[in-house]
Write a protein that binds this ligand. Sequence first.
Ligand code: ADP
Ligand code: ADP
Length: 229
Amino acid sequence: MIEIRDLRKSYGGTPVLKGVDLTIHDGEIHGIIGLSGAGKSTLLKCLNGMEPYDSGSVKVEGTEVSERGTGRQARAFKRDIGLIFQGFSLMQRKTVYDNIALPMRLWHYSKDEIDGKVRRYAKIVGLDDKLDSRPRELSGGQQQRVAIARALTLDPKTILCDEATSALDPKTTASILTLLREINEQSGIAVILVTHQMEVVKRICQNVSVLEDGRITASGSVQDVFVHH
Ligand code: ADP
Ligand code: ADP
């Protein structure tokens, strides 16, 4: 569970997050929708510890992000959240296999464990026949599947998707969203989907929060929020 209370963050005196309240329950698919500049990326960075915040509270599995310290606890925390970005952030010179294996290598998993998991997750995302390919040989949708497989390898409780489908055509977007829903249904991993695309939220999210100019202005089931707006 993720609990954000009165979160505030400024850049150079300019407030970007102006008191954000948001709860993400275990196992849900939660959309965060907002226009460009609303503060979505900043919110995600505060959530995964990439950016410090000025005040308020961000709790992931009961631990305050700003107080998670260093060493083992901080490392364990990082594993709880998998990240998927718009630009895929894959290593272009490495194979699909090596891209998926990277987080596990950083965590010193054994060779056998890495091999088993790479093959298992490649299969889940439908790329088990592409393990020796390089990212540039793959379509955008296939590259995003590599990023999804990579995000799953450390068994996160939540995956954060930041505009993960924005660069994809509608058909590929639909297939990626279906994959995310299958992963959510089969493993109970919560999915936070940050997007400016209403269709994306309507397609797979149970709940949605609207971020406008640094504040959550509506939050609830997709039906409730979109009927009243
Ligand atoms: P979104 O993801 O919704 O497009 P962002 O969180 O990226 O919004 O940005 C919100 C506002 O904060 C924008 O006005 C942006 O220019 C500003 N901003 C974001 N990151 C920084 C930064 N590192 N330094 C200064 N301003 C920033
Ligand atoms: P996004 O589409 O995810 O919002 P942006 O293009 O807004 O991405 O931002 C890209 C990167 O630049 C982010 O890391 C963001 O924090 C940073 N950034 C955005 N706006 C500013 C700004 N005004 N000054 C400095 N860094 C910024």
